[in-house]
Write a protein that binds this ligand. Structure first.
Ligand code: MN
Length: 499
């Protein structure tokens, strides 16, 4: 489900024919070596493809248009080894439509003090060639990422790898289709939004289906398929009947198995990769999808509760950006629930009624069946666990009426001081940076929602770059945030983003 295309990135080196064939031969040789080393480094999640040196306006334009039409190309990485007059790039860049990384590097790490002469200087002049090149993006007002540093430095390579994931998030965003099988919860503002604008900005297709169409798909799942999946659940998860009758418990779990299979088949058949539900709009479903939604999220589907299609799509985007990541710690839909305000132990208990993704789980996962305090259905079965420790990011995409804003908060996840044996839901516990007081105040000032798309595996920089490519506002709440500065930033952004 999270399998993206075998994306590639093109490595294009810019130069010109002023310095003779020997110099151009060196340029090609050097850039090939860099591509080989980067591919062999293990720090890039996607393959780099070397392209012949771009030395004329025509070739630049042709190459960038080929990048546009190659479905496997997720972006172009450019570097001016020598000097490439940037007027040569105007037409090509104006026609280019994919993410672009300006890799500001140099083939040699150290100045060769004993041997350096003017030929060497002309051959290795990214320090000024890349400035000429960078100028034209600024003049054109084009979004691009700049990474500066020595190409063999693992930290620089990892930064390039992170950017590749952002670029894939940009490319994949316009393939996300969100199925709404329930409308937004009545009277709630923050889960609403302009779906037309979301398609214009992000490429998301957001469609509604009657709840009973998907409930019919659940009804159509065979008993043998349900039994097989229940067996799988019982082999993978701990079963906490907590005094309930074992047969009755299994029947409750079986309802979720039917929902998982029915939902997944319906989503696949109709080609949707994210879904929303609403506890108040369940049609003929016997339980609020809990365990079922948790498993679908684990497989890579986006999800938002109470009709929250924006968060559903964001969860999907962020899962795609982390696809194939070694040692990934997880990405989930999440909700700010309850505070701990004890000095020195401040934090926010994160949970939802049921729907937290098991990818963020630390340690064993259990199944419980418990009543919901809301709604009027059977007690839904759900997966219960606590989340991993470590830094992560919580994001909230809000519609401000005249624009979207992405709020990105760096948070530190910890274990709660004590277990919570009576709480029958999966939880995380985090402290927002710079601290709970400032973090929560800034979040509320920015209009951030109670629902978030959370990940351990992405950085604020990646999400901010994604937002920039989408042409929307992003604000960061992190260790550097002060309220005075943040309020000014919101004010200035209002001026910058007004239509
Ligand atoms: Mn909620």
């Amino acid at each position: 489900m999270l399998q993206t295309k075998k994306y590639q990135f093109w490595f294009c080196t810019g130069s010109q024919d002023l310095y003779g064939d020997e110099c151009l031969a060196h340029v090609a040789e050097h850039s090939k070596k860099i591509v080989e080393a980067l591919n062999a480094s293990g720090n890039l999640p996607y393959e780099l493809v070397w392209k012949p040196t771009l030395i004329t306006n025509e070739l630049i334009r042709k190459t960038l248009n080929e990048a546009n039409t190659d479905p496997d190309c997720a972006g172009v990485i450019t570097w001016m080894h020598t000097f490439s007059p940037s007027k040569s790039w105007i037409l090509g860049l104006q026609e280019y439509r994919k993410p672009l990384l300006h890799f500001h590097t140099q083939f040699n790490q150290e100045i060769p003090y004993d041997t350096i002469d003017m030929d060497f200087m002309n051959e290795n002049q990214a320090a000024h060639g890349d400035r000429e090149y960078g100028h034209i993006f600024t003049r054109l007002g084009m979004e691009r990422k700049i990474i500066m540093g020595y190409w063999a430095d693992p930290a620089v390579q990892k930064q390039m790898g992170s950017w590749m994931r952002t670029a894939v998030g940009v490319m994949e965003s316009s393939h996300i289709r969100v199925m709404r099988v329930a409308d937004n919860m009545r009277n709630v503002a923050v889960t609403e939004g302009d779906k037309v604008e979301a398609q214009i900005k992000f490429g998301w297709e957001i469609d509604a289906y009657p709840i009973n169409e998907i409930a019919d798909a659940v009804e159509a799942v065979s008993q043998s398929d349900i039994d097989a999946l229940v067996e799988e659940y019982y082999s993978v998860y701990q079963i906490l009947t907590e005094g309930r009758d074992e047969k009755e418990f299994r029947r409750h779990v079986a309802v979720q198995a039917g929902i998982e299979l029915g939902f997944e088949r319906f989503l696949k058949e109709k080609n949707y990769q994210a879904v929303v539900t609403h506890f108040g709009d369940l049609g003929s479903l016997k339980q609020l999808p809990g365990l079922a939604i948790q498993r679908l999220m684990e497989k890579g589907y986006g999800f938002g509760a109470e009709g929250d299609w924006k968060t559903a799509a964001m969860v999907r985007v962020m899962k795609l950006m982390t696809a194939g990541m070694k040692d990934a710690k997880g990405t989930s839909f999440m909700e700010d629930y309850t505070y701990n305000l004890v000095p020195g132990k401040e934090g926010i208990l994160q949970a939802h009624m049921l729907e937290v993704c098991p990818t963020i789980a630390d340690g064993p996962i259990s199944i419980k069946a418990q009543p919901l305090s809301m709604g009027e259905r059977e007690d839904p079965a759900r997966l219960v666990f606590t989340a991993k420790e470590g830094p992560g990011i919580a994001t909230s995409l809000v519609d401000l009426g005249d624009r979207f804003r992405l709020i990105i908060n760096e948070v530190d996840c910890r274990k709660t001081e004590k277990p919570m044996p009576k709480l029958p839901v999966a939880t995380a516990f985090w402290t927002p940076r710079p601290n709970l007081k400032t973090g929560a105040e800034a979040w509320i000032l920015a209009g951030g929602a109670h629902h978030t798309a959370f990940s351990y595996d992405l950085t604020a920089e990646q999400m901010g770059d994604w937002a920039a490519y989408m042409g929307i506002e992003a604000v960061y709440i992190d260790a550097d945030t002060t309220i005075r500065q943040f309020k000014n930033e919101l004010r200035w952004n209002s001026a910058a983003f007004c239509k």
